[in-house]
Design a protein around this ligand. Structure first.
Ligand code: SAM
Length: 287
C-alpha cells in the first residue's frame, strides 16, 4: 500500500472501529437513555476503549496537553486532523473555548458534527472537511494550533509546519503530541532487520512516516517557533497499544479490521523495542 495516498487514508478511517456507530452502540448497551450525554461519556470507556479519542492517552492527554499549552476560555483553537472531534469537544466542555476542527474524511466530519450536536456543544465546536495539505491557511486567525496524532500522514513536514504556523496570531502556540522515531531515520541499525520491517509495516498500516523528536524540534525552529514545553510519554504509548492489542483479541474480537489490529500490535512491539517514542511539546510563535 502506498503511503500518503489520500484515498487510502480515507479508506482506513472509513472502517475505523472508533466511529459514531460503535460509540453509540456501546452507550445504548450501558445506559438506559442517550438523553443528557456529555462529551466525557463519548470520550471514555474502560471496557472497550470504543471512544471518540483517536490518540494515545485518551481524554487524560487532552486535559494535560490543554494545560501545557495554557488553554483559556478566550482562545480560538484549530484542531488539524480532528478525527471524530473528541479532543475538540473535551476542550470546549472544559474551557468553554471555541474550537474548529478540520479532517480529510467526510465520514468522520459528519460524525463529528452529529456527536457534537448530541452533547450540545455545537455553539462552541465546528468542523470542516478539507485536506490540510492543500487548503488555504487562514492567516493569523487562531491562538492555538492543535495536532494530536494527526500529522504523521504528512509527506513534507517542514513545509507543513511552516505553512500552518501562519494560522497563528502573534504569541500563538502549537499543542503537539505524536509518535516519533526514537532515532534519526538515517541511523537504521542493520543488525535488527526484523524491527525495521515491523516499523515499515507500521508506517504502511498507518499511512504515515515517522521522524525523530529532534527532527520535529528542527522543523519548529525553522518555522520561527520556540519550544516552551517538552515531555516524553513513551511508556503510556506502550501501555495504550498493549491494551488495544489485547482488546482486539478479546472484547473487540471480530470488530476491528485486521489491518487496524495489526497496526496496534506493531505499534506496541515497536515501542517496546525502543524504535518509537511518544512526544508532547508546546511551541510558541514569537511576537
Ligand atoms: C489518528 S487520527 C487522529 C484524530 C484526532 N486528532 C484524535 O486525536 O482523535 C488522524 C486523523 O488525521 C486525518 N488526516 C490525515 N491526513 C489528513 C489531511 N491531509 N487533511 C486533513 N485531515 C487528515 C485523518 O482523516 C484522521 O481522522
Amino acid at each position: 500500500m502506498r503511503i500518503f495516498d489520500k484515498d487510502n487514508i480515507r479508506s482506513v478511517f472509513a472502517v475505523h472501529p472508533f466511529s459514531e456507530e460503535n460509540i453509540l452502540e456501546r452507550l445504548r448497551r450501558t445506559r438506559a437513555t442517550l438523553d443528557g450525554l456529555t462529551a466525557a461519556d463519548l470520550a471514555a470507556d474502560e471496557a472497550t476503549e470504543l471512544t471518540d479519542q483517536n490518540h494515545v492517552g485518551g481524554m487524560r492527554f487532552v486535559r494535560e496537553l490543554a494545560e501545557a499549552v495554557g488553554l483559556r476560555r478566550q482562545h480560538r483553537v484549530l484542531d488539524l486532523g480532528c478525527g471524530l472531534g473528541g479532543s475538540a469537544r473535551i476542550m470546549a466542555a472544559l474551557y468553554q473555548c471555541q474550537v474548529h476542527g478540520i479532517d480529510l474524511s467526510d465520514k468522520r466530519c459528519r460524525e463529528a458534527d452529529s456527536l457534537t450536536n448530541l452533547v450540545g456543544l455545537s455553539h462552541l465546536v465546528s468542523f470542516e472537511c478539507d485536506d490540510f495539505l492543500t487548503m488555504e491557511v487562514p492567516a493569523g486567525l487562531y491562538d492555538i494550533l492543535w495536532g494530536q496524532g494527526a500529522w504523521l500522514q504528512v509527506p513534507d513536514k517542514r513545509d507543513f509546519v511552516q505553512r500552518w504556523s501562519g494560522c497563528l496570531a502573534e504569541g500563538g502556540r502549537i499543542a503537539f503530541e505524536h509518535a516519533c522515531l526514537a532515532r534519526p531515520a538515517k541511523e537504521a541499525p542493520e543488525e535488527k532487520p526484523a524491527l525495521e520491517k515491523a516499523l515499515a509495516e507500521l508506517e504502511s498500516s498507518w499511512q504515515a512516516q515517522l521522524i525523530s523528536p529532534q527532527d520535529w524540534l528542527d522543523l519548529f525552529a525553522a518555522a520561527g517557533l520556540t519550544v516552551v514545553h517538552l515531555e516524553d510519554h513513551t511508556q503510556i504509548f506502550v501501555d495504550y497499544y498493549t491494551r488495544l492489542a489485547e482488546l482486539a483479541q478479546s472484547t473487540l474480537a471480530g470488530r476491528v479490521p485486521s489491518a487496524e489490529s495489526e497496526g496496534w500490535r506493531r505499534a506496541r512491539d515497536c515501542a517496546e523495542s525502543g524504535i518509537i517514542s511518544y512526544l508532547r511539546l508546546v511551541a510558541e510563535k514569537s511576537a
